[in-house]
Write a protein that binds this ligand. Structure first.
Ligand code: DGL
Length: 276
């Protein structure tokens, strides 16, 4: 058995690093490979077919690097590609590989964060239009009212490191006003995009104190830890030398500079050429 195998962590760009940071805090012993498809990010406004094709290509690349398990640390990819990969691709082409997303683990626990039974969900246009959150949350908390807000400008601002500027404030205020206007009784907002934790200081300044913000890092890492406890056959395949490798389809120098904002550690990436 090749015990140098890794857990793959994928995002369209940098956002998945906010989840990866929590994963390595919770599970530091495993080997990991992070892949950011920065050359083709953001995914938020791409069609279902395009997000599926890009995500599948990245997942297959991670499989080829020796990742028996891949986490889609991206809500847009989880919303638009995960189900098809799990149901149509894995059983036929990769029966021994697993791919997990971030929506289901979040939906499983979200009810614990609200007292008013109304939550806001901020995400990309792709995530919001897929309706994945209302559908998944309904299965666990049918009494919850879920009010969604699509925020198409936020990922481009964050990917370009413009999110702390006054220009970004305009869009953040606009999205919050729309959301609170549609759900005056909400008491928590799920940041349903792995890029958004970088906006937390700004969001906290703009929101009333009673409204809490939920980001997904700890939720996803706790869920992964539980998954690994339940699946020793997967754990058996993964090396435990604590290796962390970073790949981007974009420019490595730019990636390394920006990635450190999300990951809060120095990152040295290698480039991967994706074909499509
Ligand atoms: N981090 C991705 C998410 O969680 C961003 C999607 C995008 O590339 O637009 O949705």
């Amino acid at each position: 058995m090749n015990k140098t195998n890794s857990i793959g962590v994928f995002d369209s760009g940098y956002g998945g690093l906010t989840v990866f940071k929590s994963i390595i805090k919770e599970l530091p012993e495993y080997n990991y490979i992070y892949l950011g498809d920065n050359a083709r990010a953001p995914y938020g406004d791409h069609s279902f077919e395009t997000v599926y094709e890009y995500t599948l290509e990245c997942v297959e690349w991670l499989f080829a690097q020796g990742c028996p398990l891949v986490i889609l640390a991206c809500n847009t990819a989880s919303a638009k590609a995960l189900r098809t990969i799990q149901q149509k691709v894995l059983p036929i082409k990769y029966p021994n590989h697993r791919v997990l997303g971030v929506i289901r683990p979040t939906a499983e626990v979200i009810g614990n964060y609200t007292k008013s039974n109304t939550i806001g969900v901020m995400g990309t246009r792709g995530t919001v239009n897929s309706n994945s959150y209302p559908i998944e949350i309904e299965k666990f908390y049918p009494q919850l009212k879920v009010v969604q807000q699509s925020c198409p400008m936020l990922v481009p601002l964050i990917e370009n490191n413009e999110h702390l500027t006054s220009g970004a404030d305009h869009f953040i205020r606009k999205y919050l006003e729309e959301l609170l206007g549609n759900a005056p009784d909400l008491d928590c907002i799920l940041l349903a995009c792995t890029h958004y934790p970088l906006l937390i200081p700004k969001l906290e300044r703009l929101l009333p104190k009673e409204i809490s913000l939920i980001s997904q890092g700890e939720i996803v890492s706790a869920s992964l830890a539980q998954y690994l406890r339940n699946h020793p056959e997967i754990v058996d395949k993964i090396g435990q030398q604590g290796q962390r490798l970073f790949y981007t389809s974009g420019d490595t120098t730019v990636f390394d500079t920006n990635a450190s904002l999300f990951f809060e550690q120095t990152v040295q990436s290698k480039q991967v050429h994706l074909l499509r």
